[in-house]
Design a protein around this ligand. Sequence first.
Ligand code: HEM
Length: 160
Amino acid sequence: MKSAFTIRLATIGLALVLTACANMAPPPAAPPPPPVAVAPAAPPSLYQRLGGQPAIVAVVDDFVGRVAADRRINRYFRRANIARLKQGLVDQLCQATGGPCVYQGPPMRVVHHRMHVTNAAFNALVGDLVATLNKFNVPQPEQQELLGILGPLKKDIVNV
Ligand code: HEM
């Protein structure tokens, strides 16, 4: 009799424990890991958007060819060292557009000193560059960005 009572008591106890366990709230979910800070990708440089070094070399080749054929300004280049001019232009454009080159030639004011470069000559040369950029289908925003970089050099180049 006593043991039956004990078993019953134990059963009730067990049932109470199980009920209590069933009613227990589940353990809180682990908090999500903190977001990993990812630096936003840098927008591509003008150098990259133009097509990098091969594109700049091709642009300079075509551009210098146009200048040599342009009777408005080709007399300025009669005694020029064309290989050095091309290399200087490639390095300068590459560096100015965010590429990995370093222009090592003399400053623009020194290079064009005593050349008597007029405003009209400067504009003619820029026109030749634009014709080259159009030939290579360089989009307008990139053309404007490039001309915006070259524009401020005018004060060091035009000296008449
Ligand atoms: C944005 C416009 C221009 C830029 C960026 C520019 C840039 C340069 C560069 C990088 C050189 C080579 C320098 C060196 O390494 O020795 C150069 C040389 C030269 N530039 Fe310009 N230039 C510009 C406009 C002009 C204009 C308008 C003229 C004349 C119409 C001109 C005439 C010359 C000549 C004749 C040389 C050759 C100098 C030599 O070999 O002795 N440039 N220019």
